[in-house]
Design a protein around this ligand. Structure first.
Ligand code: SF4
Ligand code: SF4
Length: 193
């Protein structure tokens, strides 16, 4: 189905654009609740995964916006417990990923998720810079973005002393290829309707 319009000539619902982009259909969910029962973060979420599925099924724009503004989609760890437990084999982790990218694209990121987003961005920047995760770069990038300058400051010297943190980055051979992949993924996202 086109992302521009569905068969009725209307703007596609969030569930329709999700299906068009990921081939995951939330219509298959019959609300058994097994995903929410197993989700390690369900207790912290504003809407547990099964409720997110139900809200998407309704196609109600107000509920769709609530989903995109939710903290749940950012708390999701992509641990796959929900998808493993789902009797309908719905890839809920992919649903959460899509919702995160849509929330970002539409500027609807929950304000409580700002630090989580800062971590995601610092992680990608670090991998783009060296081709692999550079922990010190990740920490510095996260602190600069989140302004959590003093958080865990006393832990760093201990970790350096124990050799858990390397002050110098290890740049891999194919670094430029990794950077191009990240750059291209960013462009694809920006060009998305
Ligand atoms: S992938 Fe996300 S939603 Fe699913 S169980 Fe893990 S944390 Fe919960
Ligand atoms: S486990 Fe699958 S079918 Fe059951 S509520 Fe969750 S998504 Fe729906």
């Amino acid at each position: 189905m086109s992302e521009e319009a569905n068969g009725r000539g209307k703007k596609p619902t969030l569930a329709e654009s999700l299906a068009a982009n990921t081939q995951v259909s939330v219509a298959r969910c019959y609300q058994c609740g097994k995903c929410s029962a197993g989700c390690p973060l369900a207790g912290e979420m504003d809407y547990p995964p099964s409720m997110i599925m139900r809200m998407l099924q309704t196609g109600d724009p107000e509920l769709e916006e609530k989903v995109l503004r939710s903290l749940s989609i950012w708390l999701c760890l992509s641990c796959e417990t929900c998808a493993t437990r789902c009797p309908m084999e719905i890839e809920i982790t992919r649903v959460m990923e899509y919702l995160r990218s849509k929330s970002l694209e539409l500027g609807l990121v929950n304000r409580k998720a700002k630090k989580i987003l800062a971590f995601h961005k610092a992680f990608i920047d670090s991998v783009g810079l060296t081709g692999r995760l550079y922990e010190v770069g990740l920490v510095a990038g996260y602190k600069a973005r989140s302004l959590s300058l003093w958080q865990d400051l006393l832990v760093a010297p201990v970790m350096f002393a124990k050799g858990k943190l390397n002050p110098f980055p290890h740049v891999i051979k194919g670094r430029s290829a990794i950077s191009r992949i990240i750059e291209k993924a960013g462009q694809v996202k920006e060009n998305k309707p």
